[in-house]
Design a protein around this ligand. Structure first.
Ligand code: NAP
Length: 248
């Protein structure tokens, strides 16, 4: 028996990076997985690849999480294809880094719209059926900088701190219907989001991390798997840090 046999999941921003790894791990554990991303082609290609590698049912969906109609459509398409939605992972996220005095209002708003408002819109769309079913999991991918703050990332760290507040509020609101809501707060993980960092910066970051290295997408995916499965049935409103000890 696999850990997510019979479950269905929708993962946002899942064509690459951490989201792709979560989709792959969930599929390998028996879930039917909707892979949603900005590009329909990339989402479909990732969905096909995951199906070929795991034998799971998959679906590729075009989705901009900042648009409410897209969010409602992605949830409806997932429910149409798989019959229900058990697990939502709000993973889509962007950065537009700059020092505060140089940060444009538009760059603050764009990051808030995707990282924070997008997660609200997706949770709202997914919760309708989960609350009726009196079961469900929502997992929000926050960040260590939402806990610690970070120079040059006022917009991003505010969005990720906001996501922790959203997680706790949703957890309280949905708990009476057994819909559990938790966050994962990754540290520095090797994806496209961090590959632009200079080698010198990467070396400095690794020195600051007690475990002495950056994390891998699979290490975040396995934390999400824990929060999606039965082993976490009595856990809600929590933030699971996957950061090598960077922030305790
Ligand atoms: P990534 O490699 O940049 O992947 C993010 C994915 O989200 C991309 O496929 C991107 O599509 C998609 N996306 C962007 N805007 C979207 C939107 N409006 N609607 C739907 N999808 C959208 O990033 P990652 O490193 O895997 O990060 C995944 C999550 O982990 C993010 O929330 C990030 O903030 C968080 N995180 C990452 C790290 C890290 O060190 N990497 C650390 C802490 C937290 P396009 O490719 O088309 O833009």
């Amino acid at each position: 028996m696999k850990r997510l046999d019979g479950k269905t999941a929708l993962i946002t921003g899942a064509a690459r990076g951490i989201g792709l790894e979560i989709a792959l791990v969930f599929a390998a554990e028996g879930a039917s997985v909707a892979v949603a991303d900005l590009s329909a082609e990339e989402a479909s290609a990732a969905a096909r690849d995951i199906a070929a590698r795991t034998g799971a049912r998959t679906l590729g969906l075009a989705l901009n999480v900042a648009a409410e109609a897209d969010c409602e459509n992605a949830v409806a398409e997932t429910e149409k294809a798989f019959g229900k939605l058990d697990i939502l992972v709000n993973n889509a996220g962007i950065t537009k880094d700059n020092l505060v005095l140089r940060m444009k209002e538009a760059d603050f708003s764009a990051v808030m719209d995707v990282n924070l408002k997008g997660s609200f819109l997706m949770a709202k769309a997914a919760a309708k059926q989960m609350l009726k079913a009196r079961a469900g999991r929502i997992i929000n991918i926050s960040s260590v900088v939402g806990q610690s703050g970070q120079a040059g990332q006022a917009n991003y760290s505010a969005s990720k701190a906001g996501l922790i507040g959203l997680t706790k509020s949703l957890a309280r609101e949905f708990a009476p219907r057994q819909v559990l809501v938790n966050a994962v707060a990754p540290g520095f993980i090797r994806t496209r989001m961090t590959e632009g960092l200079k080698d010198e910066a990467k070396a400095k970051i690794s020195e600051m991390i007690p475990l002495g290295r950056m994390g891998e997408p699979g290490e975040v995916a396995r934390a999400a798997l824990f929060l999606a499965g039965e082993d976490s049935a009595y856990i809600t409103g929590q933030v699971l840090a996957v950061n090598g000890g960077l922030y305790m």
